[in-house]
Design a protein around this ligand. Sequence first.
Ligand SMILES: [Mg+2]
Length: 178
Amino acid sequence: MLKEFYPYEYARNVFAIDYKKLAQMGYTGLIFDVDNTLVHHGDDSTPKVDSFFAWLHKLGFKTILLSDNEKSRVERFNKNIRTQYICDAGKPDPKGFLKAVELLGEPKDKVVCIGDQIVTDIKGANNAGLASILVHFIRLPGEKHIGKRRYIEYFVMWTWKHRRKYRHRLGDILRSGK
Ligand SMILES: [Mg+2]
C-alpha cells in the first residue's frame, strides 16, 4: 500500500544527484518541482540554480518545472532559467506529469521527476508511471516548525529504507561527499 509513495531514489538535495550518470543511462528529460526542491518556498532562483540548469541543458537534458504554485511565482523563479513550466499543476494528479512529459517531447521511460514531497511529487510520478527522486526539503537555518506531512514522509521513508526492492531503482546515481 505504501509503494505508491516510494521514490526510486532519495538524495540530500538536487546537487547530490549524478546527472552525468543519468545521461549515460539514457535519461533525457527532467521534471523539477520548485518550492523547497530548488529554492526555499517562494524564493527567487539563485545564480547557483540558474547555472545548474544551464549545465543540465549543456549535458543534453530537457527540463521542465512542474509546480502547484501560481503563474506569477513560477515565472519569477524561471526568469533567468527560461525553461518550460507548468503552474497550478494539481499534483499528485498524474495529468500534469503526463503533460510535462508531452512538453518535454521525450519518451516516458527516459524522464525522471525530482521533488521534495512524497504525497504530491512522488505519488504523482508513480501514478504517471515515471521514475522519481525524492530530495530532502530545503529548510532555512533556524526553521523549526515542520508540517504534519513531513512526519508522514519520515515514516514512509523509514519503511522504504527497509524495502530493498524499492530502493536504488536507478542504480548508483548519487554523488558522494555532496
Ligand atoms: Mg515542493
